[in-house]
Write a protein that binds this ligand. Structure first.
Ligand code: NAP
Ligand code: MG
Length: 400
């Protein structure tokens, strides 16, 4: 069969450990035999990042800006333990964080839904997608320990005009304080990325803060979001989807009772917490994808999980593994379908859909990795190895 030609390049970001092994298998067996595609390859494995003093990460981020579509394998974010394990020069920063700031992007996590896997929350029938604002708040906070009585104030010194101060607290004993900030530009980009994603997927958009308590900080987020949504009202009406603002606690309760099928946009910390709640509720980390969307319409697709370190050590000992490759395969198909959509090549989009159907077909037929067995109804009697699952998908894809 002739290979399908992909018009424009896809940026490929390689990664670490077990996911690096899976990544190579997917590329060799499920992608390259079927597509004639120009992959702009960047090795973001931790050794290469170390060797290049991490320049490779910035280069990869800029390549995604340039070409518009990237697919990324999971990577190690080194801590002290990893520095000695891999003999690194230093604790290089998170590649995802760096690429996020290059693209000024928002991360959306989306579960892969399969008929034979019942979510822990029975009402959930369709994906719940979390849009997490990825700038500021406590993640860029400054903190102080107060160890004796004294006054703590916020002081704003504008480049022009009078100074302003507010009392944080007049301490009579020890305590703690924190100062945090956010930027209108970043909140607006976040709102636009969320609106673009909800409209392109034709799903409702929820946005939640706690503006009844935080009448300046949280209220500002709400105002910016409402302005951006109002500017796209005709598009919302045209797509038949709604924008709703809800208080975060109300939204959390509604989310637990809903059938899903919405994008829930939340602040940085809420997104940190609720993306893990939703991931756990839908079943396995191996079934959760993630896409970084920039306000200018660039996309980077990846699995939401890490490098599956424990399985990698088993693999290094020569033992068989049963690591779920579904989210990594969907990172590839997400990138391929988006490339086809942007290039106006429906045959490329159709290939992405065929590969996804082959994966779902395997799972529905009970051909799964070990992590999925306890989630399945009916429960399969055995499970596949890492390689066995990919081979089964390959068989289906070739037969299709
Ligand atoms: P992890 O890779 O997310 O895996 C944690 C555990 O979750 C695994 O041990 C496994 O449980 C289960 N799991 C995750 N993905 C699975 C899959 N595809 N198939 C089957 N089981 C799966 O987290 P980690 O092992 O703690 O972290 C390893 C490295 O990943 C860290 O260095 C971290 O920096 C990095 N990380 C990268 C990203 C990213 O690049 N996006 C995200 C998160 C973490 P069992 O052991 O019970 O089988
Ligand atoms: Mg988290």
């Amino acid at each position: 069969m002739a290979k399908i030609r992909v018009l424009n390049p896809i940026v490929e970001l390689d990664g670490d450990e077990m996911t690096r092994i899976i990544w190579a298998m997917i590329k060799e067996r499920l992608i390259l035999p079927f597509l004639d595609v120009d992959l702009k390859y960047f090795d973001l494995g931790v050794r290469k990042r170390d060797e290049t003093d991490d320049r490779i990460t910035a280069e990869a981020g800029h390549a995604i800006r340039h070409f518009g579509v990237g697919v990324k394998c999971a990577t190690i974010t080194p801590d002290a333990e990893r520095v000695s394990e891999y003999r690194l020069k230093k604790e290089w920063p998170s590649p995802n964080g760096q690429i996020r700031s290059i693209l000024d992007g928002t991360v959306f996590r989306k579960p892969i839904i399969v008929r034979t896997i019942t979510p822990a929350v029975r009402s959930w029938k369709k994906p719940i997608i979390i849009g997490r604002h990825a700038y500021g708040d406590i993640y860029r906070g400054v903190e102080l320990k107060v160890d004796r009585p004294g006054k703590v104030e916020l002081v704003y010194t504008p480049t022009e005009g009078p100074e302003r101060r507010v009392l944080v607290h007049d301490f009579s004993g020890p305590g703690v304080v924190m100062g945090m900030h956010n930027l209108e530009k970043s909140i607006r980009s976040f709102a636009r990325a969320c609106i673009a994603y909800a409209l392109s997927e034709r799903i409702d958009l929820w946005f939640s803060m706690k503006d009844t308590i935080s009448k300046q900080y949280h209220a500002f987020f709400r105002t910016v979001f409402s302005e951006e949504a109002a500017a796209r009202k005709a598009d919302f009406d045209g797509a038949g989807v709604a924008y709703r603002y809800m208080l975060i606690d109300d939204a959390a309760a509604q989310m637990m009772k809903s059938a899903g099928n919405m994008l829930w946009a939340v602040s940085n910390y809420d997104g940190d917490v609720f993306s893990d709640v939703v991931a756990a509720g839908f079943g396995s980390l191996g079934m959760m994808t993630s896409v970084l969307v920039s306000p200018d319409g660039q996309f980077e697709f990846e699995a939401a999980h890490g490098t599956v370190r424990r399985h990698y050590y088993e693999h290094l000992k020569g033992r068989p593994t049963s690591t779920n490759s579904v989210a990594s395969i969907f990172a590839w198909t997400g990138g391929i379908k988006k490339r086809g959509e942007l290039d106006g090549t429906p045959e490329v989009v159709a290939f992405g859909e065929r590969l996804e159907a082959a994966v779902i077909g395997c799972i529905e037929a009970g051909i799964v990795t070990k992590d999925l067995v306890p989630l399945m109804e009916p429960r399969p009697t055995g499970y596949q190895t890492t390689e066995g699952f990919i081979a089964a998908v390959e068989d289906r894809l070739t037969a299709a």
